[in-house]
Design a protein around this ligand. Structure first.
Ligand code: GDP
Ligand code: MG
Length: 163
């Protein structure tokens, strides 16, 4: 055990892209097709001299027969069990989805350190929209772009203070 950060969020939100950025590897599989990441992937990251482990969750095909609610529960509950900090990723281009609400419900009930990263904020014009996600009732919200790295420094500055 130690400092473990789990990235949770619905398929296609950018979990594997963020994982790759944090771990500076291509370990996680990123694909245009939703739900391509089949397994949990573990990597190592470092920020401001602090070392931590990152888990890329996911692990299901979007069109599988799995019960949607049950899959959400399993993914998030396993992450909560395993991790010290939950990095809950949402997508500014879609707004709040039912999946996001379901995850937020679980996270609000569990005593756990949570960061919301509003992903795909590739330029400043989307920053206002990202604060809309405060409606989910979770604090510690950071607009980021997993692809170009904007905002990830501020998010990591905060993350390492709560590890
Ligand atoms: P996952 O299913 O949550 O692991 O999502 P992926 O990391 O596989 O990314 C899904 C899609 O979103 C891919 O086409 C990525 O290139 C894209 N994506 C990820 N992060 C960003 C971002 O910050 N900005 C934009 N515009 N696209 C992104
Ligand atoms: Mg993935």
């Amino acid at each position: 055990m130690g400092n473990i950060v789990a990235i949770v969020g619905r398929p296609n939100v950018g979990k594997s892209t963020l994982f790759n950025r944090l771990t500076e590897t291509r370990q996680a599989i990123v694909d245009e097709t939703s739900g391509v990441t089949r397994d949990r992937i573990y990597g190592k990251a470092e920020w401001n001299g602090k070392h931590f482990s990152v888990i890329d969750t996911g692990g299901w095909a979007e069109n599988s027969d799995d019960q949607f609610e049950e899959v959400i529960r399993q993914q998030v509950l396993i992450a909560i069990e395993e991790a010290d900090v939950i990095l809950f990723l949402v997508d500014v281009t879609t707004g709040i989805t039912d999946y996001d609400e379901a995850v937020a419900d679980i996270l609000r009930r569990k005593a756990k350190k949570v960061i919301i990263a509003v992903n795909k904020v590739d330029d400043n014009s989307q920053i206002t929209e990202s604060s809309y996600f405060y409606k989910m009732g979770l604090d510690n919200l950071f607009p980021i772009s997993a692809i170009n790295g904007s905002g990830t420094g501020e998010m990591l500055d905060y993350l390492v203070t709560i590890l």
